[in-house]
Design a protein around this ligand. Structure first.
Ligand code: SAM
Length: 482
């Protein structure tokens, strides 16, 4: 811990214990919007290779030009550069995986691999085959919270089964199943999903220093990835002596939904400024708008709360009552359609997905408020399918429909909002709506230069796109004037 404190001091950070939260990361100087507070390489990471149709390279997580390791047949590489960079660790992993029969190899999921790599990397550092530093050593993994006494019996059994498999694969008598199970519990509340610049998940990694950062539903910082490197950037001015906070979860949701997600996975009750408003009128109203039902009167924008007898819902603006049975009927129809949409036969069939999700959307418009999260998610699904089918004009219409909800559920500087402006701007540009594209891309740049930094290839490309759109817009304007 002393070594880590010294290393963090050089980066103007310090770790302190906060009652009720445990270790917490604090700044020792001011940080400004877009500045990297801390960046870290993964102690260990794995690509999401569970789904057989989407293998990724173990080095860079790409899906192109892959070949399987000819010995273990479990790990994939895009070329010799990635294979070489991973070799020291994979040499040991390959040895243990190759001992397994075909069926056992199939049970080596990304989580099992992450655990195998954790122990193998510790061995390599112990034997000084790879160096240890103050910010890269197994002691930092030992210091992570495990919440062993708080997890459910069911989770404990699952971790024990997975630990048993790891024990069987490694065949190291010195490590116990209990110790491995504890590490699985650590993964659950400390590992991070590695995403690309557009927040698509690529893999999972353990970043023991970034893992010191606590959660807030209204965070002052954001965690993004450049390849496998995790970077925590300030979203706003973070004065000296402030706790660095990121969000662990999708914050678009009611206080109840956010708190449930945090309790289930991270085993704590959030008391951030947003959660402390729980039960107050504004919070009740916002939750009812995001996740509740709409008023029967189509012209009324009011929110509904359950009547005191629990038999109906009443609009808090116009007083109109909506019958529970009528709501239940629509909700059941939506449920059946959602089940249909998630059937394997519907996956990858974008036209069919559009048909089903459009039916769901129609029902949800009747049931939910205009700013409903459920409605937003359905429209996102339609948007994605329309993009896959290159139906750009319809996709733009759906993208525009989601933006007011994004603006409501996310803070003004949030990667999800920035990315939605980016999609909108890109579509407008392709479709020749150049002036609109300039407006949307400018909004995207204003946010993404803070969340993603200006030096990342993604934002650099975005800046070029904006410049080109601006040039095209002024050319169009001058042609009109002539
Ligand atoms: C990734 S760790 C963060 C570092 C942790 N505080 C530690 O001591 O190592 C996640 C765990 O920290 C605690 N935690 C994170 N954010 C919190 C918060 N806002 N309030 C209370 N506990 C929090 C919870 O125990 C959670 O499972």
């Amino acid at each position: 811990m002393e070594d880590l404190q010294r290393a963090l001091k050089d980066r103007n950070l310090t770790v302190s214990n906060v009652p009720g939260k445990g270790r917490s990361l604090f700044t020792t100087r001011d940080f400004y919007p877009g500045e990297v507070i801390i960046s870290e390489e993964a102690y260990v990471c794995v690509p999401n290779n569970n789904n057989s149709s989407h293998k990724r390279c173990d080095g860079c997580f790409t899906t192109t030009n892959l070949s399987k390791c000819s010995r273990c047949h479990v790990v994939w590489y895009c070329g010799t550069a990635c294979q070489k960079s991973e070799w020291k660790l994979h040499r040991l992993e390959c040895e243990v995986l190759s001992r397994l029969d075909y069926d056992k190899r199939k049970s080596v999921t990304p989580s099992i691999r992450l655990m195998l790599k954790l122990y193998l990397r510790r061995k390599l550092q112990d034997e000084k085959i790879i160096p240890s530093t103050a910010r890269d050593n197994y002691k930092l993994v030992e210091a992570l919270v495990a919440h062993m006494s708080d997890i459910t019996e069911e989770q404990l059994v699952l971790y024990a089964q997975m630990a048993n498999l790891v024990h069987l694969i490694l065949q190291w008598p010195e490590i116990t199943i209990k110790e491995i199970a504890e590490n699985f519990s650590k993964f659950a509340c400390n590992a991070h999903t590695i995403c690309d610049s557009e927040l698509r998940p690529l893999g999972t990694g353990l970043y023991p220093v970034v893992s010191i950062i606590n959660h807030s539903c209204l965070p002052n910082s954001v965690l993004v990835f450049e390849g496998r490197t995790a970077s925590v950037r300030a979203l706003q001015h973070v004065p000296k002596g402030t706790e660095v906070m990121i969000s662990y979860i999708e914050t678009a949701g009611s206080t109840v939904t956010r708190q449930k997600a945090l309790k289930e996975q991270y085993l704590f009750a959030c008391v951030c400024p947003l959660c402390s408003k729980s039960g107050q009128y504004d919070d009740v109203r916002e939750n009812a708008i995001l996740e509740g039902y709409r008023c029967k009167n189509e012209k009324c924008d009011g929110f509904l709360l359950r009547t005191t007898d629990g038999k109906a819902f009443q609009c808090q603006d116009c007083g109109l009552v909506r019958d529970k049975e009528e709501i239940k009927k629509i909700a059941t129809e939506i449920k059946l359609l959602s089940e249909e949409a998630s059937k394997p036969s519907s996956r990858g069939n974008y036209q069919e997905a559009i048909t089903i999700y459009t039916m769901i959307e129609k029902l949800q418009v009747k049931l939910y408020h205009t700013f409903s999260i459920n409605l937003m998610q359905t429209r996102e699904m339609i948007l994605k399918s329309l993009m896959k089918l290159e139906h750009w004009r319809e996709a733009l219409a759906y993208c525009k429909l989601t933006i007011p909800i994004y603006q409501r559920v996310y803070p003004a500087v949030h990667p999800m909002l920035g990315l939605q402006y980016y999609t909108c701007g890109k579509l407008e540009w392709y479709l020749g709506d150049t002036e609109e594209a300039v407006i949307s891309l400018t909004k995207a740049v204003d946010i993404l230069r803070i969340t993603h930094g200006t030096n990342t290839p993604f934002v650099k490309e975005l800046l070029v796109m904006l410049e080109e759109a601006r040039a095209e817009a002024s050319f169009k304007l001058s042609s009109k004037e002539e």
